[in-house]
Design a protein around this ligand. Structure first.
Ligand SMILES: Cc1ncc(C[n+]2csc(CCOP(=O)(O)OP(=O)(O)O)c2C)c(N)n1
Ligand SMILES: [Mg+2]
Length: 1022
């Protein structure tokens, strides 16, 4: 094809120049409108002169001006000479071409130039249809859209006149699928054009010529350029009709029963439902066993009822509203959510006699935010079902036209599709393109021709289809399933439809789209159109149609009656159900997270050993040697080793561990080195892949991600939702960047369990700490995560270890950990409990190599009585008490400094420097939920101490505003004062997170550390 591309681009220019003036064949309706839209104009195929004129001979060498430019004609001549010398020296397609051409030329001397010219022009025309035929397809059911048909679909551009229509032309037989390969090298122009129009300009507009892969294009051409139009038999047609009746009646039924309720109906796009069902049936026939669906509001209830088969009585009962779900395993119901956001999962029988598991993922109002979550969940399913070819689990996303074009997360998600550790073997995208977004027209909503253009970046084929043509919708839906199962990559179905009512049922659409709605008011529904078609074809009788309507109506009514007795259960809303896991109101045991010393030693060796024949970078060799010594000696364990020990021990226990994010393999701060590279061969070695004998290579996954926060975090969230026995971690490059994924934190992570009863143990590592790197690399915005926490600042919950449900009842955990051992335990705690809760970690930067930020191996093990063991056992320490061996009562301590994170080490250094042994420093390692019990234990220990909260963040940031009321609640309960008695030491309030001037940083940092240790009492607030 390279030759063809090269020739066609130069030739196209030449054609425009020379033949443009002589245009005699004008069929296009070219509007001057600036609107970027669809139109429905049709090529004029009226009969043309029947007699072919005698071609005027043009010697090849004189074609330069009229057809090809000089370079191309020389190229062609050279090609011909080469072919004459040796037919094998040219591409097979040219061999074919010349063979045919010489055959013709031999019998008709002088025809040669003409034949070449015309054949080349025809090929360009064919190609133009393949590339741009969709621009002429009749996609808009309303017939309102006006689009300019590209010049290159006009035969006149290639010099063809009316007189040429019934002339036979030499088209050749090419190494290409579709009708060019059918061994009919000679055809009339009319036959060729009819074929092109039928294939490319009907109810379906195919966009695929942006795909570079020849095999894929040929596969599509075979499907598109079929000699006979698609035909469905009577039975299939009846099935489709039945499905369309269900879809249409469902909306009608809701509209009549709940006239004032918002349901974001599908009216105008009802063919989505039969389309999806046929897609699922086809997918099931091709081996798909489970489908994860993500979609927004539009048509969601219809999809839930008709596609996912959520019992209609449940949907109706939710409409009637008010009933909170009751469950056999507890009373927790969270806050709930509106019905068109809820998820669910069901097994659905398919036409082919299979069963397919469908899960619809719950989503927030934020359009498209669910996309990466669906893809991540699909990938999770693939891992757990050992679906190595990714053909059994499929992700399907349904989009709106406005949101698909407008939301950046769409692009971010699409870009995960080909990445080895994120691919799911192709997502099928369906756009319900109702040509409006709320009140916004496409011309104000996007700059691209189609709302789907973003998918072209992926080499995904895009099938635009007129939503009024049920059979065309079904056809492309099936084709999409076939594509996905064949090429394991993304594909887009763009159903061009309309929205019969307003954005929701209460809106008046004519305020903003008067012309469109005038047309819509008189426009028949897709069902009416299809019924008429089948009646005209004699494939069904009116009685037959009525029978289906009656059946559907009576089921809907029956289900409506049953809905009154429906008792919702919370698992009805879950897209996956984890048996045995505790809900927030059920007590779960606190478990030790320590590990047997011998296991620590064994895995410790595995994670610090590099194979003999592997040649790492010199510096890394040293690092691994040092790591090896840490394990051998059992002391000086640093952050990276602590983390690797957590991963390795979880793997040994059979858990799956997945860490993803930007540059996580090496680690942003060059500290992790979880994948090392042979300096000679470039090969990789990942020690954590070699913990178990014959370890499955995905059991531990560490993966650098694309440069996205929103989509990658969403992906990992979806992945984490699939199976509780996995530690799934997303790490931000710097904590600041996490706000690129703010929607995920706000809408999913912090509130997903409350809204949708969906648990996740996703762990998020956000590098945080003030070390003078400026405003953008210091703060992970700890305050925001704390502000979103739902623990009551004025109520101390039950803290008795046997009754404690504090973490379960809280929406998430926020920690700022200061020792490798504590990090190890907090990671392991994520798995070693009977519930799942998101974990936000303010991850360190300079502690990664800090001389004092080290732990002994004994702090990781489960033995008792050694230096790492205290009353809390070998488990995560929510608060680390002062390290100076204080007794239970220290009356001489004049100040208790409470802090969190790396500022502790600076405070401790300062304390040593100024020898303030009468100051105690405690680290609050778990900020949320607040460790009231341990805080009160320390308040008791230091009855005379001034109580100080010290932080390095500005006062309006960091943990202060979260800690202050809670600390005061703890103080008040012990008679230790109120807000006035809590002193603040830290930076003053600031708009920016940190200063950009290093010297200012140093001064500020030293100032706050010194103040915390000053001998005078701390004045309030400064
Ligand atoms: C991220 C986001 N921004 C804004 C909105 C508010 N909103 C709700 S629906 C809608 C229009 C959606 O248009 P489209 O994607 O075409 O879907 P349609 O409603 O037409 O099916 C908007 C802007 C939203 N839900 N999410
Ligand atoms: Mg829309």
């Amino acid at each position: 094809m390279a030759w063809f591309r090269a020739v066609s681009s130069v030739a196209k220019l030449a054609i425009k120049r020379s033949i443009g003036q002589a245009r005699s064949y004008q069929t296009r309706v070219i509007t001057t409108s600036e609107r970027r839209c669809f139109h429905s104009s049709v090529v004029n195929t009226k009969p043309h002169g029947a007699t072919a004129p005698v071609p005027r001979p043009v010697p090849l060498s004189r074609l330069t001006d009229s057809f090809l430019d000089g370079t191309s004609s020389v190229y062609l001549e050279e090609l011909q000479r080469a072919w004459e010398d040796d037919p094998n020296s040219v591409d097979e397609s040219w061999d074919n071409f010349f063979r045919n051409f010489v055959g013709t030329a031999a019998t008709s001397p002088g025809i040669s130039g003409q034949t070449i010219q015309e054949s080349m022009r025809l090929l360009l025309l064919v190609r133009a249809y393949q590339v741009n035929g969709h621009m002429k397809a009749k996609l808009d059911p309303l017939g309102l859209e006006e689009r300019e048909i590209p010049d290159d679909l006009d035969p006149a551009l290639y010099g063809f006149t009316d007189a040429d229509f019934d002339r036979e032309f030499f088209l050749g037989v090419w190494q290409m699928a579709g009708f060019l390969s059918e061994n009919r090298p000679i055809q009339t122009l009319r036959a060729i054009l009819n074929r092109l129009e039928q294939a490319y300009c009907g109810s379906i507009g195919y966009e695929y010529m942006h795909i570079a892969d020849r095999e894929k294009c040929n596969w599509l051409r075979d499907k598109i350029e079929t000699p006979t139009p698609r035909q469905y038999n009577k039975q299939r047609r009846e099935d489709m009709l039945d499905r369309l009746i269900w879809s249409t009646q469902f909306e009608n039924f809701l509209a009549t029963k709940w006239t004032a309720a918002k349901r974001f109906g599908l009216e105008g796009g009802e063919t989505l439902i039969p389309g999806m069902k046929e897609m699922f049936d086809k997918a099931a026939d091709l081996g798909v066993e489970s489908i994860v669906i993500g979609m927004s509001h539009r048509g969601r209830l219809n999809v839930l009822g008709n596609v996912v088969r959520k019992p209609l009585r449940q949907i109706f009962s939710e409409f009637t509203g008010g009933i909170k779900p009751i469950d056999e395993v507890g009373l927790y119901t969270g806050t709930g959510d509106v019905k068109y956001h809820l998820g669910t999962s069901y097994d659905r029988p398919t036409r082919g006699g299979n069963r397919i598991h469908l899960s619809l993922v719950a989503n927030p109002s934020h359009l498209e935010a669910v996309d990466p979550v669906v893809v991540g969940k699909t990938r999770g399913k693939q891992y757990y079902s050992n679906d190595v070819n990714r053909t059994k689990n499929l992700g399907i996303l349904i989009h709106g036209d406005g949101s698909f074009a407008g939301q950046g997360v769409v692009y971010e998600t699409l870009h995960l599709s080909g990445l080895p550790n994120y691919t799911t073997g192709g997502t099928i995208h369906i756009v319900v393109n109702n040509q409006v977004a709320f009140t916004t027209d496409p011309m104000s909503g996007r700059s691209s021709q189609y709302c789907t253009d973003v998918a072209k970046a992926l080499d995904a084929p895009i099938f635009h289809v007129n939503g009024d043509d049920l059979e065309a919708v079904v056809h492309v839906c099936e084709l999409a399933a076939e594509w996905r199962q064949t090429f394991h990559s993304d594909v887009v179905v763009d159903i061009v439809c309309y929205r019969r009512f307003g954005h929701n049922e209460i809106d008046e659409p004519s305020f903003t789209q008067p012309k469109m709605y005038k047309v819509i008011r008189n426009h028949p529904s897709a069902l009416e159109i299809y019924q008429k078609k089948l009646l005209e074809l004699g494939q069904i009788s009116q009685e037959g149609i009525d029978k289906i309507h009656n059946k559907v109506n009576s089921i809907l009514n029956e289900e409506f009656l049953n809905s009154k007795d429906d008792v919702p259960r919370k698992r009805d809303w879950l897209s996956a159900y984890w048996a045995g896991f505790k809900s927030p109101e059920q007590i779960s045991r606190v478990r030790s997270t320590g590990v047997k010393p011998e296991i620590l030693k064994t895995v410790g060796k595995a994670i610090t050993t590099i194979p003999d024949n592997f040649k790492p970078h010199k510096a890394l060799k040293k690092i691994f040697d040092l790591r090896n010594q840490m394990i051998e000696k059992g002391e000086g364990i640093d952050w990276a080793v602590g983390e690797a020990l957590a991963f390795a021990t979880l793997l040994v226990e059979g858990n799956h561990v997945r860490l993803s994010g930007q540059d996580v393999e090496r680690g942003t701060f060059s500290h992790r080195h979880s994948v090392i590279h042979d300096q000679e061969t470039g090969e990789n070695y990942c020690p954590l892949d070699h913990i178990l004998l014959n370890q499955d290579e995905e059991l531990f996954t560490v993966s650098n991600s694309s440069l996205s926060e929103f989509a990658v975090l969403g992906f990992e969230l979806g992945y984490s939702m699939e199976n509780p026995n996995s530690l799934v971690i997303w790490e931000a490059q710097f904590g600041d960047f996490s706000n690129g994924a703010q929607v995920m934190f706000d809408q999913f992570l912090s509130s997903g369990e409350s809204k949708w009863l969906r648990q996740t143990g996703l762990t998020v590592l956000l590098p945080h700490g003030y070390d003078g790197q400026g405003p953008e690399h210091s703060s992970a915005r700890l305050e925001r995560f704390l502000q979103m926490s739902d623990d009551n600042p004025f109520v101390i919950p039950e803290m008795d270890p046997t009754l404690r449900k504090q973490i379960q009842e809280c929406n998430w955990q926020v920690v700022n950990v200061t020792t490798p051992a504590n990090y190890f335990h907090v990671l392991r705690r994520q798995i070693h409990r009977e519930f799942r809760k998101p974990l936000i970690v303010m991850a360190p930067k300079n502690l990664l190599r800090h001389k004092d930020c080290k732990s002994n191996l004994s702090e990781f093990d489960d033995g008792q009585g050694h230096p790492g063991f205290d009353k809390q056992g070998t488990r995560f320490k929510r608060l680390i008490k002062d390290q100076n061996n204080h007794s239970d009562l220290e009356e001489s301590i004049r100040r208790l400094v409470l802090c969190s994170g790396k500022v502790y080490y600076e405070l401790d250094d300062e304390r040593k420097k100024v020898q303030s042994s009468d100051v105690a420093i405690c680290r609050v390692e778990q900020l949320c939920p607040f460790p009231y019990d341990l805080i009160q234990r320390e308040l008791k220990r230091y009855p005379n101490a001034e109580i100080v909260w010290c932080q390095e963040e500005p006062m309006n940031m960091g943990a202060y505003s979260y800690v202050a009321p809670r600390l005061c609640t703890a103080m008040r309960a012990m008679g230790r004062g109120t807000m006035e008695d809590l002193k603040y030491v830290g930076r003053i309030p600031s708009a920016a997170t940190a200063t950009g001037f290093h010297q200012s940083h140093v001064k500020e940092q030293a100032g706050l550390v010194q103040k915390a240790l000053q001998s005078d009492p701390i004045s309030y607030p400064f």
